[in-house]
Design a protein around this ligand. Sequence first.
Ligand code: HEC
Length: 156
Amino acid sequence: MRLAIGLVGLGLLAACDTGTEERNAVASTRTVQRPYQALPPGTIARGAAARQAALEPPGPEPTPQLLARGEERFRVFCSPCHGIGGRGDGRVVSRGFAPPPSYREERLRGLSPEQIVQVITHGKGRMFPYADRVLPEERWAIAHHVKRLQGLEENP
Ligand code: HEC
């Protein structure tokens, strides 16, 4: 019996923080506070330059593969409002959302693929941006698909 009590006592002692550990061996829950350091001029987020470069005109060649990808992405992201044929008659519109203009309107026929990429990236008026959902190359693919819907680009 005495032996058992002795062992428990020993265990408790061992569990105690003796306060003599090496500083680095103790896990600290304190936050490390560093003074504010301004970013060196010209600093850009990793990958931002590559993303920016991918948006520079003229963009990738509108190959059959790119156009097929554009059509597929257009159906996913744009057709709910713009309609499969780009006439501004998507499903969302039939539920009361303000209809977008038809891509066949004269002014929209004048948009370059680059300008359409800009609309996808930044949004326009009531249309919100799709930069966080559509990759730069896919934006070009969609833009060329829109030009094809307008009858202004041939099937390659
Ligand atoms: C939620 C509905 C909605 C979706 C989804 C949508 N659009 Fe739009 N889009 C609009 C509306 C509404 C306008 C008219 C904006 C305005 O002028 O206020 C518009 C306008 C446009 C225009 C004309 C811009 C101009 O210069 O007037 C283009 C081009 C366009 N959209 C392309 C796209 C593409 C490409 C996609 C898919 C990546 C897309 N939209 C997805 C609603 C949408």
